[in-house]
Design a protein around this ligand. Sequence first.
Ligand code: HEM
Length: 454
Amino acid sequence: MKRSAGLIYTDIYNTYPDVPYVGVYKIRQPALLIRDPEIIKAILIKDFHSFEKNDIVVDENVDSIASKNPFLQYGERWKTSRSQLSYCFTSGKMKHLFPLMHAVSVHMVEYIENEAKLGGNPMDTKELAGKFTCDNVATCAFGIDGKSFVDPNSEFRKVGKRILEPSFSLTMKMLFILLFPECTAFLKIKFICDDVVDYFRNVIKTTLNYRKENHLVRNDFLDVITQMKLKPDDPPLQDDDITAHAISFFADGFETSSIALSFALYNLAANLSVQEKLRNEINEVIRKNGGTVSYESIQNMNYLDCVLSESLRIHSPAFALVKLCTEDYCLPPCSKSGLEVKVERGTPVIIPVHGLHLDAKYFPDPEKFIPERFSDDNKAHIIKGSYLPFGEGGRICIGMKFAILQIKVAIIAIVRHFDIRVNEKTKEPLVIDPNHFLIFAKDGIWLDYQKRNN
Ligand code: HEM
């Protein structure tokens, strides 16, 4: 494939700088690419009811597990899953997960130290970030030790790699799911293969039995979801629902966060003054907190928040949001003298996140890494609808708090203990892999990690 759909959407966004929306074809189906943040805001928030479906279809008779993922649901089923899962992602629940995440970050620091001693530099930072988020999701969602940092043959890591990491078979599968959804049922194409589902089903069953027999409470996702009080009208949660929710936690939460973490580390390595400023903030907050990192102290690291926001702007894991118009809708005229445009029910509507994030109209010097754009004073000036790493409105990413926390925990641990530098093996400027529907650096992110004498 020469260019992924995501990069093509960015090209179209850049080709028509003066219009609020552009008509495009998705193979042979007419679709709309929306450029104007004001209209995007309306689609995602005010008029959400007219665009409540994502433009990805799975047949529940073919892929019953994926069909329980809120991203792929709509209507009443989506509302029920969304409200059940939202309960698992509150700030209070994140606070309970923090010690588990911190423990994984300690393993990561030990791993980097050992690797550096053994001449492991430069390190493949996407792989490092993948190990971290894999073990983190393993412990927070399934209550097990993923062992990615100690066992090169870790079962959990191997299974994780099969879900969303780039491969020819994944590219082909996504091509069918996104462009020829009607063929997926016929060809019985599934998001997640049966043996991967069986693996997770077994892990969950064994874990739940063990906890029951040993009266173990861990306050992780499995505890929360199994003890959740359902609304009177909600159907009771079956074992398959719990398996599906846990798999969706893994599928949605591990790869996106590992991408975001690897690019954040690259941006810090490529911008040494930012790295130094961040290290000073981290050390200062930790000093004030008696020498330890806590959930609360992370909330006081404002510059860290700016660094991550800026990295998600330049390297947003998702190139675009793909919605479906679910009831006829009127777009405002393209020009003052023009007419309203009717969008028919069933029309795909593309929101080109990557194009917006790199548009100088909204972010001057868009290629430059400037975390200060997101300072308290400056972020009020960011045009709503132009910054969407997690989407917006009714379908905003449900795992956003979890993602931000796990990435911050990893950045803090690394920046505190290591000087990070871009190794010459990294090809700069980074070239985005044209074959994948999420953002990947084509030739990898290779960084050197030098232990600091704190
Ligand atoms: C940096 C990491 C992440 C990024 C950039 C990200 C981004 C997104 C985006 C762009 C959407 C679509 C929003 C829309 O349609 O308006 C989304 C939806 C979703 N995300 Fe994430 N995500 C991340 C991490 C996570 C994690 C950690 C989880 C769970 C553990 C998660 C679970 C979900 C789910 C379930 C949805 C579907 C929500 C719905 O349709 O109601 N994501 N995410």
